[in-house]
Each structure stands twice: as C-alpha cells, then as structure tokens.
Design a protein around this ligand. Structure first.
Ligand code: THU
Length: 160
C-alpha cells in the first residue's frame, strides 16, 4: 500500500495587509454581490477576476425558478471573461458573499465543485495558475491556484 497525502497551502490575510490590486478586486466582488439575482436563496455571491492585461470583469449568481438552471457567480464571471477576452489569462479570482442580502460573511465561502472544475479548465487553458482570494470579514484566504482547490481533478490530460 502506498499512501499519498495531498496538502494545500491557504494563506489568511487581514484586508489591510493586502495590496491595492487585491483590495480593488475584492471590492469589485463585494459590489457584484449587490447585483445578484437571488429570489430563492437570498444568498448573494459576487466574483471578480483580474486578467493578465489588468482588465477586471465581475459577475454575480443568477438564480432561476427551475433551480438547476441558475448559475453561480464564479462561473458567470469566468465564462464571460473567457468568452469576451479569450486571449487573456485569469491572474486572480476574488469571491465575496452576503447572507440574506445583508451582512458580508464572516468566514469565506468556498466555490462549489462545478465552479472548481470550470476554474481548472480556465487555468489549464491559460497555462498559468489562477490565484484565488476568498473574502471573509474575519480573514481573507489566498490559494495559489485552482488546481489546489480540486485535487485529483479530471482534465483533458486523462483522455490523451
Ligand atoms: N453560489 C455561488 O454563486 N457560488 C458559490 O461558490 C456557492 C453558491 C450560489 C448558488 C445559489 O444561487 C446560491 O449561491 C445558494 O447556493
């Protein structure tokens, strides 16, 4: 038997320890939570990406009466960024959330599995890591790449 332990590094920052590029991106993700369409969950999620040329794109979750037809903030944002700016890598993705359309979460929310899969595809397509910033009032998590959030992920390499 061969046991392999997979570990990831998560750095935790206070908001005022971050540089202005990162606080700007987080602020955009927070602002995006105000544009969430969440009549069913009242859980507002915002995402913002900084592309390699500095462009910022943001998006929010968009729900639907047919629940599975809704979309998370992360995928709304990444699909838009990748379709509008296909040549640009995503350098950093920031995520913020508020409960009941009210207070920003104390502890960061982490992306769902489907969003992680899409983040990995975007990262592989760009050929460089996508940094992830997860906002919480009590601390901001930084993860160095999307691959860190989905160990043993399935990707195109498996089919080759
Ligand atoms: N949601 C996101 O937008 N991103 C996440 O990372 C987790 C969940 C949305 C989906 C749905 O609109 C609401 O939050 C509750 O699950």
């Amino acid at each position: 038997m061969d046991q392999r332990i997979l570990q990831i590094a998560v750095k935790v920052y206070n908001y005022d320890e971050l540089n202005s590029d990162d606080t700007q991106l987080i602020d955009e993700a927070i602002r995006a939570t105000e544009r969430s369409y969440v009549p069913y969950s009242s859980f507002c999620v915002g995402a913002a990406v900084r592309l390699s040329d500095g462009t910022i794109v943001s998006g929010s979750n968009q729900e639907n009466a047919a629940y599975p037809s809704g979309m998370c903030a992360e995928r709304t944002t990444l699909f838009y960024a990748n379709s509008q700016y296909p040549e640009q890598a995503v350098d950093t993705l920031a995520i913020a959330a508020r409960k009941m359309r009210d207070n920003l979460v104390e502890n960061p929310i982490t992306p769902c599995g489907a969003c992680r899969q899409v983040m990995i595809e975007s990262e592989k397509r760009a050929g460089k890591p996508m940094r992830i910033l997860l906002y919480g009032r009590k601390g901001i998590y930084e993860v160095a790449s999307a691959a860190d959030l989905l160990p043993l992920s399935f990707d195109a390499d498996a089919m080759n």
